[in-house]
Write a protein that binds this ligand. Structure first.
Ligand code: NDP
Length: 497
């Protein structure tokens, strides 16, 4: 049963979140309509002014209090993440460890990255002092997915708050409880004003947030919804940050450490039951190593078991509709000539999917070309790494990627058309707060995390201050006839040769 079905039973104004392992009710939440969303954004606007007025130091103190609270109650939130997504408890804990680290980095670095600083004023304006500052936008609307219901939206929320904005967050209909928990815990350390609020509901609630008076929307979700978000935001010229899906690949070069590559491929493909935007969905391995690599991967994958108990390797498929996508991808690939070396068509047993490793799948099959978002990985052999790079880059997506190579990892990484690439590991870039995160092409644009992630939630303001009158002053109607001629002569001398 989906939250929609439950909502109909409970009445149209209620959103019911369910445990995907058992179908049990986890929580009931209001469905906010456009008027309620507008009212929350209105309150957030004045709260944002108050929050901005605290300055970097005041905000950093509050964000540090929040970080400590999150650490203290990590297990409580982890249990809720488990209940709403079904993921294993340790995966939920790992997600929250990364949340805490990012929150720490954002609060600690906001002032250094965003505060006013002087920049060279240049030849023409030598008599001015030039400075640049990144000011808060006001209210940032955040729309998040369900797969990492705390980590993913916090990549926007923590950085937007640290940059001095108020935040209104619309969590996925599958994980509203996690969103509300985050906002309620923030309100414990910042009780004065609704600086961080949550609106709950289905797609239309997200659409209402896009059409509200927010100053920016940070969206994370599927490419199809990302396009709808952009279209809605276009109506008010509201800027958007779009973090969408991917079809990330791992390249195994001739001199790769095969054991390490197989271990990493398995984690990249199967952790969180494959429901990871930067999960490894394709592996391209050079021909001479292909058989050995597949052997190592099969040996490891065969031991993984999905289940609902805390110690299971993989949880369920959180979004029931995704099960059909996964089944179609596996079946299409097998019909097209791929072989399943782990799992089969029967591995799809809702709400669980057992690991599936496909080899030699047609490059145009959905399992290679489209986002699967399940514990399925395709391993295809290539004649050399040039062919691997060509195939990796043939995807319309360009989110993350990985390269296993002892001698030319950095060179290959640079050739991959993606926002982030891990060399001799997978997914490691998500856990480095100083690194920006985001994609190209169908994976979206804009960056969360790192310095770029802080600037994403700020507006650059340039200021010039005149210090003294210039000898040559061309921007006045009082300029003499020779002023511009002299300037042109000067420019020819300096830049014309
Ligand atoms: P969806 O695109 O279905 O939903 C994302 C969010 O958008 C949800 O909160 C959803 O609400 C909301 N929404 C739905 N319709 C609208 C609308 N018309 N206007 C505004 N908001 C709307 O994605 P999923 O939740 O299924 O998440 C999975 C996707 O997210 C995958 O493609 C995955 O790759 C991607 N992802 C990308 C990441 C990245 O950083 N690049 C990270 C994590 C996931 P509701 O749930 O109520 O429908």
């Amino acid at each position: 049963m989906s939250p929609h079905d439950r909502a109909e039973e409970d009445g149209p104004e209620t959103l019911v979140s369910l445990d995907p392992r058992t179908g049990e009710v986890v929580g009931r939440h209001p469905v906010h309509g456009p008027d309620e969303v507008a009212a929350v954004v209105r309150e957030a606007r004045s709260a944002g002014e108050w929050w901005a007025g605290l300055g970097f130091a005041g905000r950093a103190r509050r964000l540090a209090d929040w970080r400590r609270l999150l650490v203290r109650r990590l297990d409580e939130l982890a249990a809720l993440v488990c209940a709403e997504t079904g993921k294993p408890l340790d995966d939920a804990r790992l997600e929250l460890v990364m949340v805490v680290d990012h929150l720490h980095w954002a609060a600690r670095n906001a002032e250094r990255v965003l505060r006013r600083r002087r920049v060279p004023s240049g030849l023409l304006m030598y008599n001015h002092v030039a400075s640049l500052e990144y000011l808060p936008l006001g209210v940032v609307g955040v729309i998040g997915p369900w797969n990492y219901p705390a980590f993913t939206p916090m990549g926007s929320i923590a950085y937007a708050l640290a940059a001095g904005n108020a935040v209104v967050f619309k969590p996925s209909e599958l994980t509203p409880g996690v969103g509300e928990w985050l906002a309620a815990s923030f309100a414990e350390v910042v009780p004065e004003q609704p600086v961080f609020s949550v609106v709950t509901g289905f797609g239309p609630t997200g659409a209402a947030l896009c059409r509200s008076d927010v100053d920016k929307i940070a969206f994370t979700g599927s490419t199809a919804t990302g396009k709808r978000v952009m279209a809605a935001c276009a109506e008010n010229l509201t800027p958007v940050l779009i973090e969408c899906g991917g079809k990330d690949a791992l390249i195994v070069d001739e001199d790769a450490d095969l054991d390490a590559a197989a271990e990493a491929a398995l984690w990249g493909a199967m952790s969180n039951a494959g429901q990871t935007c930067v999960g490894v969905e394709r592996v391209y391995v050079v021909e001479p190593l292909a058989d050995r690599f597949v052997e190592l991967l099969v040996a490891r994958a065969a031991g993984l078991r999905p289940g609902g108990e805390p110690g299971a390797d993989l949880g369920p498929i959180t979004m029931p509709a995704q099960v059909d996508v996964i089944r179609r991808h596996v079946c299409d690939a097998l019909d097209g000539g791929a072989r399943a070396v782990v799992g089969s068509r029967d591995s799809v047993r809702p709400p669980y999917v057992e690991p599936v490793v496909l080899v030699d799948a047609p490059e145009d099959s959905p399992a290679v070309a489209e986002e699967t978002f399940g514990p399925v990985v395709v391993v295809n052999r290539v004649s050399d790494v040039d062919e691997a790079v060509r195939r990796v880059n043939a995807s319309g997506y360009g989110l993350g990627g990985a390269v296993f190579s002892r001698s030319r990892g950095a060179e290959l990484a640079r050739r991959v058309r993606a926002g982030m690439v891990a060399v001799n590991s997978v997914l490691s870039f998500v856990a480095v707060p100083a690194l920006p995160f985001g994609g190209v092409g169908d994976s979206g644009f804009g960056r969360i995390h790192g310095e770029d992630g802080l600037r994403e939630f700020a507006r650059a303001q340039a200021v010039t201050r005149r210090r003294f009158a210039a000898v040559l002053h061309p921007m006045t109607f009082d300029r003499g006839s020779r002023t511009v001629r002299r300037l042109v002569r000067l420019v020819r001398l300096l830049h014309g040769r």
